[in-house]
Design a protein around this ligand. Sequence first.
Ligand code: SAM
Ligand code: ZN
Length: 280
Amino acid sequence: MNSIVRCPVCQQSLSEQGKAWHCENNHHYDVAKQGYCNLLLANQKGSATPGDDANMLQSRHVFLSAGHYQPVSGAINRLITKHCSTLRQILDLGCGEGYYLSALKQQLNNPDAHYYGTDISKQALKLAARHHKSINWFVAAAKNQPFLDHQLDLILNIFAPADWHEIQRILKPEGHVLLAVAGSNHLQSLRELIYESVNAHQPERFIEKFAAAFELIESTDCQFTLQLADNESIRSLLHMTPYFWQAGEQCRQSIEDLQSFSTPVNVRLYLLKLTNSQSD
Ligand SMILES: C[S@@+](CC[C@H](N)C(=O)[O-])C[C@H]1O[C@@H](n2cnc3c(N)ncnc32)[C@H](O)[C@@H]1O
Ligand SMILES: [Zn+2]
């Protein structure tokens, strides 16, 4: 079977041979020693080190590995197994350090399925590839995904930027998207420690953008109280969120000194099906 991975320069199919991906026009992309491959062209980067940095990613890795968001991963996997059959080509777009994709792979336990994770942060793929082998990890931007047209059965997009035209281009007709976004009071207690006034998140606004091309199959809220009883988990939670950058030095320190902390977690999950694969 031909690979569905696309050369970012000439848009032809890429195949993996040894420790590199290459196309028929002799464009080569080496697989790094950790196991990921960089398909992000210099003119697509936007900044020297785009995406989440090493500290954020390592903190998220510590936090997720401790199982604190296992209910979110479980709810994602349930929604997918309930509605999606014969999944062969699965992508996690904005995959970070790979927690959700590797959990789904384990749950589906399907040796015929191919798994891909993409993220604009090289640091993300370094971590992902080190911890989860047998998944193809690529550095790529949301708006330039390295896949041929209409090849993916399922795309996960979890707390990450999305480009709906690009998703429409790479999904198979009737392919699915699992979108996870912050619900109204997600991490409310953490936000209250950082901001003077806290606005409710508005998860609905995320699906307005793709109403025309997608059908909503099911949406569900995954809600629970996160109770953290150790300092490392509290520190990891703060450092893995963008709130870290908005908290002043004193505020950061007081959160990092906490020995216990609890906050609501509220994640809105949408499962959508592509109904119109022609872009405008
Ligand atoms: C909040 S993290 C979520 C990561 C992962 N999905 C998770 O939930 O653990 C957002 C991710 O999006 C990535 N990202 C940011 N801008 C991006 C872009 N333009 N294209 C692709 N990924 C991007 C970041 O590097 C980061 O890993
Ligand atoms: Zn090429």
